[in-house]
Design a binder for this molecule. Structure first.
Ligand code: SAM
Ligand code: SF4
Length: 337
């Protein structure tokens, strides 16, 4: 098992398949994109699978593929299939902006994908175009529907709420998700944007999100998600506005308050960047170069030792709000969100 000095057991690995993206969400990256990693810097599929096998042998039980936009990785179904044949088989999930899911969802499910999270920040086409700088809302919504039709239940839908943008749409987003049977999760904006424009004052807090939602819905807190380390605080939706627009169905929602109600004490996550760097925290200031070890002919045991040492050095918490907090050099899209 991978245990850190605070007694936390790392069992969840997020693998970024690429730092590139088909959207340019304003809260994530600038309009012109970022200096992307070069092909030679990226892990190959063989390298990804070999590292994943070492992590699984060390006790990792869930693997999430992310990015950037993971569906831009040309062989993502093959990667899923190879990860699904690891022993013991990890649970496999994917976080995506949904573009490309229409074509890929059945193939991903056949390859062994168990769950999917799709980011949908707005249902308004013009706002989507402003927020993501691309006119792709129809593709995203078709992708969500395709994921559900392919059997990836329950589809989780992520929205980062931003004041002056989509905050006022939170009740409508929840209504849409409840009607369709998706699990809506609202996320606090974190200081991981490439532009370093995040400020605590501008960030919409979980409290503010719940205030906006509570004007239309009766919410009952039910604690953290399925397992203790799940970041979302779950709420049952007991009652809704009942209008045609927001007809409520019994359901639930999650709020991920990484900044104001951090879950660092229960964190079970590790992150592998697309260029093979192990990060034990989104906000880590250091990385462990597993790609260099792989390409330097390290044995699996030597790689396992590097991973154990990195986990042993995992920091207590993200420290946002502390006087000495410094935003990490890599943005969210290059770490793997
Ligand atoms: N491109 C995929 C997507 O958008 O789902 C996967 C990568 S994206 C970095 C993963 C999640 O992180 C998305 O739900 C996105 O909204 C969220 N995200 C991006 N930047 C963020 C930030 N600065 N703070 C909080 N969440 C962020
Ligand atoms: Fe791309 Fe996801 Fe970042 Fe949006 S949040 S720009 S979809 S990586």
């Amino acid at each position: 098992m991978l245990v850190d000095t605070f007694g936390r057991v790392a069992s969840d690995l997020r693998i970024s398949l690429t730092d590139k993206c088909s959207l340019r969400c304003t809260y994530c990256m600038p309009a012109e994109g970022l200096p992307w990693l070069r092909k030679a810097e990226l892990l190959t599929d063989d390298e990804i699978v070999r590292l994943a096998a070492v992590f699984v042998a060390l006790g990792v039980t869930t693997i999430r593929l992310t990015g950037g936009e993971p569906l831009l990785h040309p062989t993502v179904p093959l990667v899923v299939g190879r990860l699904a044949s690891l022993v013991p088989r990890p649970e496999l999930s994917l976080t995506t902006n949904g573009i490309g899911l229409v074509g890929l969802a059945p193939e991903l499910v056949a390859a062994g994908l168990d769950r999917v999270n799709v980011s949908v920040d707005t249902l308004d086409r013009e706002r989507f175009r402003e927020l993501t700088r691309r006119d792709r809302l129809p593709d995203v919504l078709a992708g969500v529907a395709a994921a559900a039709a392919a059997g990836l239940h329950p589809v989780k839908v992520n929205a980062v709420l931003m004041r002056g943008s989509n905050l006022s749409e939170a009740p409508a987003l929840l209504g849409w998700a409840l009607r369709a049977g998706y699990r809506m999760r609202f996320i606090e904006h974190m200081p991981l944007d490439a532009q370093h424009a995040w400020t605590r004052d501008a960030m919409v807090t979980a409290e503010e999100m719940l205030d906006v939602l509570s004007e239309h819905y009766t919410l009952r807190p039910v604690g953290r998600g399925a397992h203790e380390s799940a970041p979302a605080e779950e709420f049952d939706v007991l009652d809704g506005p009942g209008s045609d627009e927001w007809t409520a169905r019994p359901g639930s929602l999650g709020v991920i308050a990484s900044v104001t109600r951090p879950f660092c004490r229960e964190c079970d996550r590790l992150r592998l960047t697309a260029d093979g760097q192990l990060r034990t925290c989104l906000f880590a200031r250091t990385e462990t170069d597993l790609r260099a070890a792989l390409r330097g002919d390290a044995t699996d045991e030597q790689i396992a030792e590097l991973i154990r040492a990195a986990v042993a050095g995992k920091q207590a918490g993200h420290g946002i709000g502390a006087a000495d907090f410094v935003q990490p050099a890599r943005p969210m899209s290059a770490i793997g969100g």
